[in-house]
Design a protein around this ligand. Structure first.
Ligand code: FAD
Length: 475
């Protein structure tokens, strides 16, 4: 008998560790609610996780088995569960963040002390951290080189799901009820969180690969087109396997190639390159666990972020989606309503917080962590530090997004703004994109309830440049 410990891999199909456990004996699947991990949780993610666990349990029940659930410190619970089920080994998939690695080290020690064998597999990424390196064997800090190597490496096929014969029979395990969100210390989120589970993830993948993937490179930056896969929360929680996702894209690419459609082939490759961004940031965090709270790139002097009362009032307006910059506000409201935000808009709101409000990226990261169902330490940190010009391969400090131009370019008809900012629903796209230039009287007339801009972009741009120059020791 072997325990398989589910963590961020809430599926039975294409699960490398689970397949390995099933190869070697009968598997008892377990999940442990760990209060240390829950302390970093947030309602949208906990909601998605609980729904994904319910779907996972249903998948086991369909196979005549059940998911064992426990609550407590995994370093105590796993040796206990192994003894209860007469298991001689525990198998799990690696997790690469600093917190997870510390916990796993403690679990390993506890299992060793209890005389229970342990095995791990690399599952969440195609190429585990430390395997794609520079010619000097260093982790990459520049994405383009990483991507070229990632693209050219062979990818593993999906792993088969275990069958009933590989799994412990349901009557041999206590399949306790899953706790409610309240029992875990959270209240149901206000946001409408995506449907969780492998079936929902597969539907998203099939819908995307059947159509939008062929135009991904052209459409992905336009939030109103809803032209991206929406798989980020599934990939975060592992409700779908990365090999299964890749295989679907490889099939789409072959179909486009056999039609001789080079543009479509390129579009699919562009999507695959986003999957590689995820693995790039995974290896950045793995090699530099401290970046979770520190700048990856330190300047000569500390960056003098604004942190006085006025700045905190601006931060509050940003969080509420009330900055008076329509595309920024639409993004922040999408986040609250859907526990998700489109990638282009994440870049715009992150740039606005750090370069227009001059507020430390860590405030933005914490807010995203609180509200995103797909919050992933590596990707979120990578995205924020990119925008703040403190990360690997980051936006240079002098390239500052203009939020109006970004809105005009990527939401030309102000459709996305209209979707999330009803106060501007009847305002023309032209006026939406020049909101900052309109007189106060005209603004009141057009949209009496929508705020005036909290700051002046041109002025703040100059201040941002000076702030970074001082940090660089140039002023
Ligand atoms: P698609 O465009 O369909 O991309 C497919 C998958 O590729 C995504 O699901 C994701 O797993 C990966 N991916 C795409 N873009 C990136 C990227 N830039 N970096 C890393 N992986 C990427 N992504 C998260 O998964 N979790 C986060 O917490 C997160 N925080 C972010 C914060 C900021 C400030 C920024 C700028 C970006 C952040 N991203 C994060 C990256 C990106 O915005 C999301 O992955 C993407 O919007 C999810 O939508 P999708 O699944 O439709 O993406």
């Amino acid at each position: 008998m072997r325990l398989f410990w589910h963590r961020r891999d809430l599926r039975v199909a294409d699960n490398r560790g689970l397949a390995a456990a099933a190869d070697d004996g009968t598997v008892v699947p377990v999940f442990v609610f760990d209060d240390d991990v829950l302390a970093h949780g947030a309602a949208p993610r906990v909601r998605f996780m609980l729904d994904a666990l319910a779907a996972l349990r249903a998948a086991y029940r369909e196979r005549g088995s059940d998911l064992v659930v426990a609550r407590g410190d995994p370093a105590e619970e796993l040796p206990r569960l192994a003894a209860d089920h007469d298991a001689d080994a525990v198998v799990w998939n690696e997790d690469y963040s600093g917190l997870a690695r510390e916990r796993d080290a403690r679990v390993r020690m506890a299992l060793d002390e209890a005389g229970v064998a342990r095995e791990t597999r690399h599952d969440a990424v195609h190429h585990e951290p430390g395997t794609i390196t520079t010619n000097q064997g260093e982790p990459y800090a520049v994405y383009t080189y990483f991507w070229k190597k990632w693209r050219d490496r062979d990818k593993h096929d999906p792993f088969a799901a275990p069958g009933a014969d590989d799994l412990v029979a349901a009557d041999a395990v206590a399949g306790d009820d899953l706790p409610s969100i309240g029992e875990l210390g959270f209240t149901d989120p206000e946001a409408d969180v995506q449907t969780a589970g492998t079936a929902a993830a597969r539907e998203r993948l099939a819908a995307f690969c059947g159509d939008a993937v062929y135009r991904y490179d052209e459409d992905r930056d336009y939030p109103a087109k809803h032209a991206t896969s929406r798989l980020s929360t599934d990939l975060k929680w592992g409700t779908i396997g990365i090999r299964e996702v890749y295989e679907a894209t490889a099939d789409a690419k072959s179909a486009a190639a056999s039609d001789g459609d080079d543009d479509a082939v390129e579009a699919v490759e562009e999507f695959q390159s986003q999957l590689a961004w995820r693995e790039f940031y995974t290896q950045v965090l793995w090699a530099n666990p401290e970046v979770v709270s520190r700048n990856y790139k330190e300047y000569e002097h500390p960056i003098e972020w604004r942190d006085d009362d006025e700045a905190m009032a601006d931060l509050a307006a940003w969080k509420e989606g009330k900055t008076g910059y329509p595309i920024v506000d639409a993004g922040m409201r999408q986040l609250k309503e859907e526990a998700y935000m489109h990638n282009r808009v994440r870049m715009i709101v992150a740039s606005f917080l750090t370069k227009d409000l001059l507020i430390d990226w860590r405030h933005g990261y914490e807010h995203f962590k609180e509200h995103l169902a797909d919050h992933d330490t590596a990707n979120d940190n990578g995205g924020w530090q990119w925008a703040a010009s403190t990360g690997t391969d980051a936006q240079p400090y002098f390239r500052i997004f203009n939020p109006m131009t970004q809105g005009e370019r990527y939401d030309p008809d102000a459709e996305y703004v209209g979707e999330y900012v009803p106060e501007l629903g009847s305002v023309s796209a032209e006026n939406v994109h020049s909101w900052h230039e309109l007189s106060v009287g005209r603004r009141r007339q057009l949209a009496p309830k929508y705020p005036d801009p909290v700051v002046d972009h041109s002025e703040m741009r100059e201040r941002a440049l000076s702030m970074f120059k001082r940090a660089r020791g140039e002023e």
